[in-house]
Every structure is written in C-alpha cells, then in structure tokens.
Design a protein around this ligand. Sequence first.
Ligand code: HEM
Ligand SMILES: *[C@@H]1O[C@H](CO)[C@@H](O)[C@H](O)[C@H]1NC(C)=O
Length: 560
Amino acid sequence: MSPTFDLLTGPRLAWAAGIIIVTAVLRFWQQLHYRRGLVRGLPGPPHSYLFGSLISMGEVISKQPASAAPQTFPLLIKNHFNLGDWFVCDPWPFGPAFLVTFSPEMMNEFTVKQSMPKHPVIHEFMHNFGGKGNLVSSEGPEWKKWRSAFNPGFSAAYLMTLVPSIVDHAVIFSNLMMERAKDNSLFRMESATMNLTVDIIGKVVLDHDLNSQRKPNALVDAFLSQTKWQRIGAQFNPMELIDFRIDIVQAWNTWTMDRYIGGLLDERFSTRSSRDEANTGKRQKYVIDLALESYLKEKAATEGTPPDKVTTLDPTFRTAAISNIKTFLFAGHDTTSGTVSYAYYYLSKHPSALARLRAEHDAVFGPDPTTAPAQLKATPHLLSKLDYTTAVIKECLRLQPPASTVRIGSPSFALHDPATGAPIRTADLMLWPVDVGLHRSPANWKSDPSLFSPERFLPTNPDCEAGNPAFAPFSKGPRNCIGQELAMVEARVILALTARGWEFEPAYAELGKLEGDGYGRREARGDAGRTQFGEEAWQVQRGTTKPRGGMPCRLRVREG
Ligand code: HEM
Ligand SMILES: *[C@@H]1O[C@H](CO)[C@@H](O)[C@H](O)[C@H]1NC(C)=O
C-alpha cells in the first residue's frame, strides 16, 4: 500500500467510521425516545427514561428462583408495587413494551370482541416448533383456511371415537408406572407423561405409533432438544443474545423434524386410495388426512383436477402441511404432560381431594381398577360422569396454566380501563392477559384463589367455569385452543386409569441426583429449598411452562 493512498484513505475511513457511530447513537436515542413514549403516562412499576422498567422489574425478578418462568413475574410485580388490574412495563432494549392485564373484561376486549393479531414474539417462538403457515401464528385467510380444515378433527363427538386408542396408550403408561411403584425408583414424572402425551398426539395427528414410551424416537428427541434450546426472551435472559449455538441446534432439529414428517406425509398421500377403499363411507379425520383433504379440495376448485388424478404435492402446500403437523405435535403434548404431572403433585398434597377423586372412580367404574380400561373403550361417554376428575384438572390449569396468548395493539385500537371506562392507547404494545394473574387475583374469584380447591369447578359452584370469565387456560375467542377438548379427554383418561394404582411422592430434595439428561441444570442448582407461590414445583419455561426439573418423584404401590 503506498503512503499517498494511506494519506487519502486514512481520514476518509475515520470519517466513515465516525458517521456510522453517530448514526447508530442517534438511532439508539430515537428508538429509546419512541419506546419510552409508548408507555409514558400509563400506570406501571417505577420507570426511568434511561432504563425503562428494567430496574423495577429486576427488583422483583431477582427475588424469584432463577429458573422461574417469565409468566409468573407480572403478578408479583403488581403485588410488589401495589399496581392495579392492568399496567405497562418497558424492558427495551431487551424486549417489547407490554401491557399486562388481569381483568377478564379487558382480556375480552382484545381476544373475543375483537381478536387482535398475535404478537411477533409468537412468530419467533413458533418458528422453531411450527414454521411458515402454522396455525398458532398465522393470521387472516391463511389461518382461517387451516382452522376450518382442522376443526372437524377436534369436535367433541369425533374425539369420543379416539378414546379407545388414547386408553391403549394410557394402559402402557399405567403399566410402566406400576413398575416404577414396585421398585420405588426416582424419576421425572413430566418426562413419563410427556412420552405418553407424545404417543397420543402422534396417533391423533399422524395415525402413527411413535412408541416413545418404550424407546427413543428421532422426532421426539428433536422436539425435546428444541424446547431445551428455546429462547425465553432477552428481557428475562440476556445471555441468549450472544449464544450462537442456539440457531445451529434449532436449524438441525427443524431439518430432522421436517424430514421425518415429510416422509410420513408423502407416504400417506401415495397410499390414500387404498385407505379410501378400506374406509368407504367413513371420513378420516386424523390431522394429516384433513390437511391432504383440504389440498385435494383446493386443487379441484382451482385447477379442476379430480382428487384421484392429483399425483404430486405442491412444495408450498407440503411446507405448510409440515408446519401445521409440527405445530399440532408440539402444542398437543407439551401442555398436557405438565398438567397431568401437576395433578399428581397437587393430589399428593391434598389427601381429601385424592380420596374424593378415587371415590368417583370407584363409583363410575366399580372397585376393581383393572376393569376401567375395557369399560372406557366400550363406553367412552363414561368420561362425562367424571365431574370431580374434571374439576381437579381445571384446578391444576388454574394454578399452573401452561401458556397465555399475547397480542399486538395498534394505533386504531383502544382498550378501556375496567374501573373508569377511560380509553387506553395500545399502539405497538404487546397485550398480555397473563393467566397466572387472572387465575390468582382475589377480585376474580369468590373463594380464596391461593388455595387448591377442585370443588370450585364443580358445576354448581359460583366460581365454576361457566360462570367465571377469568378462567382462561385455553385462551378465549376465535383463536382459542383448538385442542382443549382433546386435552381434557386425555387428562381424564389418564387420571381414571392411574389414580387408584399408586401413591405419588414429589422428590425435590433429590432433584440434584437426576442431573445429566438435559433438564436445565439451573432448575436443580441454586434454587434448592426455595418455593414460588408456596410450591417447590414452580413453573419453568421449557417450550410452554412446565413443572421445574420435570417433577422429580417416587411412586409407591397403593395399599388396601
Ligand atoms: C392443557 C392443555 C393445553 C393448554 C393449556 C393449551 C393452551 C392454549 C392456548 C393458551 C392457546 C392460545 C395460544 C395463543 O393465542 O398464542 C392455544 C392455542 C392452540 N392450541 Fe392449545 N393448549 C392445550 C392443549 C392442546 C392440544 C392437545 C392441542 C392439539 C391438538 C393444542 C393445539 C393448539 C393449537 C393448534 C392452537 C392454535 C389455535 C389457533 O390459533 O387457531 N393445544 N392452546
Ligand atoms: C421417555 O422416553 C425417553 C426416550 O424416548 C427416555 O429416555 C425417558 O427415560 C422416558 N422417560 C421416562 C420417565 O421414562
């Protein structure tokens, strides 16, 4: 390089660097100013121009177990700063400004009366579990098309026809747990229930036996790894901004899942005519068939090709179908496994509730538990007699809800203060009706919401679901959970087949012994002896929220 060249370029480079830095700083301040403006004048925890709500949020979060799930924080922030039913927080630059509400009326304004679009964080989250075109994060006509295609596969009447195969998988689970009870070994209940709910959802979605209760399965492993490497939001864990391994692992998992499901989809497509002949008159409603059916219908409508003449799957359809199948496999097991684990946990701590549950099973199926599977297969409608069992499941969903919706506000959409009716601007705010807060706010419940009391969900209780808009574990409005009936059916079958066989004992003191198989070390270390809302089994974010450490436990064969 010649000296003249250096003389000319040196200052220019310095100038260029200077301009870039000044632009970056200006943009930072501009963003800062804009973001702080979003929440200015609205109620919230103490807030400063420079740090937003980060310091006050940190004050509350730092007192919680390190592994606690983000959705447990807003209620604690409300209590700590004595805030009302709704408030805003601004954790910029670590995350979006959000409006939290614990008021059912306000939640209804943006989920039922008007269903506001999902917040972009849902797209990011679903990117790794669903992908382009998935039902959870898509909007408008694309969402509508898939939702109507899949609805028939989740109707209450159709679900009754699935009960026999749900029972078959639950029997495998029940036998495995009986072995655990006999040797009294230490294990993670949530891992066992996950294997079970994965197998059930594999059947419902793919008409395929993933058989993950008995041996490892590549698809299941990829899903598991995906939940472990999930980002939980930089406002709660800044380290993830610099962890470059995350993207690589996630891309690999996505590739594995897509290949597995793509293979099943192609096979299902090419063998459809033989199945149609075998099932003449009977409509197939497995998710995979509903997807193919909607494709063939569309082909007929747009190109006039009759279904038996369609020989290939369009790449765009194939991608969207795989996204949706992944979404169902993910959303369909991850939430239910935690709920069932919590049911064992709470029942073990509330012997009178457990006794009442068992008495209900004795009354409905007779005193011999071994006859229950055959009875349920023959008469799935026996499930509708399990009022108390249903109430127990709802009570677990109330206290430990696995997920909440998050929506995005807009300049043309105002919410209203439930007390005064005053309008609240929502532009660019993440709107978050946090279930943990809705479900635990005394104002929303007639009997003490801090207590585990399934009785509140019995049909005649004033707190029961029909009368209580604050109970929203499956969200509300058109974007509510398509799988809610299925989840309730599964959980009832599982409890009906297992609650009478063994006693469950949580083993959090022994959590450290279970280290090493990928359930975050953070969940075991440092948090020993702590509780959140009085429970050692606080929620951690793994996919959706799950009981900490996968709910370590030992089982004992029930006596008498
Ligand atoms: C205890 C079990 C479950 C809970 C607590 C739960 C909760 C939820 C919640 C809160 C939403 C709204 C999400 C959002 O707005 O971002 C949702 C949506 C959804 N859930 Fe579930 N879910 C459960 C079980 C299931 C099952 C078994 C399936 C499977 C088939 C499923 C499939 C879906 C799908 C596909 C959506 C998106 C629906 C749409 O946007 O149209 N869920 N669920
Ligand atoms: C669930 O299945 C996986 C393999 O698919 C296995 O490693 C794990 O131990 C199982 N969980 C339990 C509690 O049996």
